[in-house]
Design a protein. Structure first.
Length: 302
């Protein structure tokens, strides 16, 4: 293993906290990774990593060396990207995480177009609504709805998605259809929860040019967008989400829009990635492609 590969391995170990995960990402045997780091420590004459049964952490010398390695690798990638051939034909593996809804309904149905444009980029796409630790899990970028909370990441706005409040006909037949936002207090909502926000039982509407949040009761909470919709379809309560997700259900009457006279706030969609990935040509071309994809779906951002 040459010195550059060893530096790449070392940074992955620090970021993931694991020899095994780092070796898997770089497609090498675990013993090879262990031996390479032992050789690196012997050559430098310092201990770079503290190994425990649960985690691998950098020593003080290791942390300082890691920060220098990040700069070196970023400078190298930037230098390579400056070459015309590399810039126009980026290559390598790109790891992306996004909500299942976006993967299924928007991105994957047109992913062959991205492959045709960039045939040397291999994609690893994970899906879900959980919070992802980009560095620890080796993810290059994530696509997330809502206002970004992590100020340590680079944020690239992709779209503003129109939202709608709706419920099943069965729910509305039992509880009645609200005619004014003030009536929401008498209704049930399907609650949504995540590790970063806790349980959310509010619906938002713009009333008299002001954004107002209305708290509702409810007996069920979920942490997945698909289950959120399924719960509404089964009459569990009102939901508020981007219209594109439930267009079919609205058109065939399985869900009914309510309070349409008051506008729901648009939900922002953002691509997030670590600062040290901002020079990566792979990340940049993928996010540029996503920007065009979401512009075609939701129009220009204003």
């Amino acid at each position: 293993m040459d010195r550059l590969e060893t530096l790449q391995l070392f940074t992955r170990i620090v970021e993931t906290g694991s020899f095994t995960r780092a070796a898997d990402m770089l497609d090498m045997p675990r013993p090879t990774a262990t031996y390479a780091i032992q050789q690196l420590e012997a050559r430098l004459g310092v201990r770079l990593l503290e190994r425990t049964t649960r985690q691998v952490r950098p020593t003080l010398d290791g942390q300082a060396f890691y920060e220098r390695c990040v700069l070196i690798l970023s400078d190298l990638e930037d230098a390579e990207s400056s070459l015309k051939n590399i810039a126009s034909n980026p290559r390598g593996t790109l790891r992306v995480d996004m909500a299942t809804t976006h993967a299924t309904h928007i991105v994957l149905p047109r992913i062959d177009e991205f492959r045709s444009r960039y045939p040397n980029i291999d994609l690893v796409i994970s899906s879900g609504d959980r919070l992802v630790d980009l560095l620890r899990e080796g993810v290059d970028c994530v696509i997330r709805a809502g206002v970004p909370r992590d100020s340590t990441l680079v944020a690239r706005p992709l779209a503003k998605m129109p939202q709608v409040i709706c419920a099943s006909p069965e729910y509305l037949a039992f509880f009645g259809t609200p005619q004014h936002p003030g009536e929401l207090a008498d209704h049930q909502a399907v609650k949504f929860f995540s590790s970063s926000t806790g349980i959310d039982n509010t619906l938002e509407l713009i009333v008299d040019d002001k954004l107002c949040a209305f708290g509702l009761g409810g007996w069920i909470a979920v942490n997945d967008a698909e289950n959120y919709v399924v719960s509404a379809l089964r009459g569990c309560g009102l939901i508020q989400l981007p219209r594109f997700h439930i267009d079919d259900a609205l058109q065939d009457g399985r869900l009914v829009e309510v309070l349409g006279e008051w506008r729901s706030p648009d939900l922002p969609l953002t691509a997030l990635y670590p600062y040290r990935r901002q020079l990566s040509r792979r990340v940049r071309v993928f996010i540029d492609w996503l920007g065009d994809l979401y512009k075609a779906k939701f129009g220009e951002m204003v």
